[in-house]
Design a protein around this ligand. Structure first.
Ligand code: KIV
Length: 257
């Protein structure tokens, strides 16, 4: 049974946590899908983990489409969501519609994710969802605004900022978003948003009271050359790969292989 946006909403009501991970190529996507991940996100973090850019900002729409198509070939069960790259949607709701439309038509993703809240992005989310494009929102630390934040800083730490983020989340739900990523905000704020909204929240660095959790898979696997403190690793693949490469090199150089 393929997972749809309706399962996510139902799971929130049932209290069943949602498992989400990022993917950037076919083999990884297939492995995650077969391991039973609920949501596979072609996150624009692929700019850093797959393409070596310093931030997510340089990622182009064409690069995103290329990776999303590869991911889609590996997914048969998970809900596939694709990030809209920086400046591919912020100009106007019409721009977001034509880019979101391309993503759905060309990649096979079932939904798009975009960053930001009230008022500009809520209007865009409304425009897209009224035209058949499911949207996942993303508030808190939105990495496409890294320069505006002055770094990858925790958001919503003071009362005013917390109130702003809560209002953004409420506005995104009213605009028709089917779920919202809450990134790097205080646990208590994430819990408040989660209880206030009827749609699921998916946290990253936002505590365990969210309706689900997402990680950048390179962080989870211990592959990244840098990762935020809140990202937990469940393996050390960088070391495993290094050991395997060195074992192979050793056998080749001693003519054992
Ligand atoms: O780009 C990404 O990987 C993301 C997740 C961290 C939510 O947006």
């Amino acid at each position: 049974m393929a997972i749809t946006i309706h399962h996510l909403k139902q799971w929130k009501q049932d209290g069943r946590p949602i498992v989400a991970l990022t993917a950037w190529d076919y083999l990884l996507a297939k492995t995650l899908d077969q391991a039973g991940v609920d949501v596979i996100l072609v996150g624009d973090s692929l700019a850093m983990v797959a393409l070596g850019y310093e931030t997510t900002l340089p990622l182009t729409l064409e690069e995103m489409l290329h990776h999303a198509k590869a991911v889609a070939r590996g997914v048969s069960k998970a809900l596939l969501v694709c990030d809209l790259p920086f400046l591919s949607y912020q100009e106007s709701p019409q721009q977001a519609l034509s880019v979101g439309g391309r993503v759905l038509k060309e990649t096979g993703a079932q939904a798009v994710k975009l960053e930001g809240g009230y008022p500009a992005m809520a209007e865009t989310v409304h425009f897209l969802t009224q035209r058949g494009i499911p949207v996942m929102g993303h508030v808190g630390l939105t990495p496409q605004s890294v320069h505006q934040f002055g770094g990858y800083r925790k958001q919503g730490k003071d009362e005013r900022d917390a109130e702003r983020i809560l209002e953004e989340a409420i506005a995104l739900e009213a605009a028709g978003a089917f779920a919202i990523v809450l990134e790097h905000i205080p646990d208590a704020l994430a819990a408040t948003i989660t209880h206030k909204l009827g749609i699921p929240t998916i946290g990253i660095g936002a505590g365990s009271d969210c309706d689900g959790q997402v990680l950048v898979t390179a962080d989870l696997l211990g592959l990244s050359d840098w990762q935020p403190k809140f990202a937990r690793s469940y393996a050390n693949l960088r070391q495993t790969v290094t050991d395997a490469v060195q074992a192979f090199s050793n056998e080749v150089r001693t003519r054992k292989y």
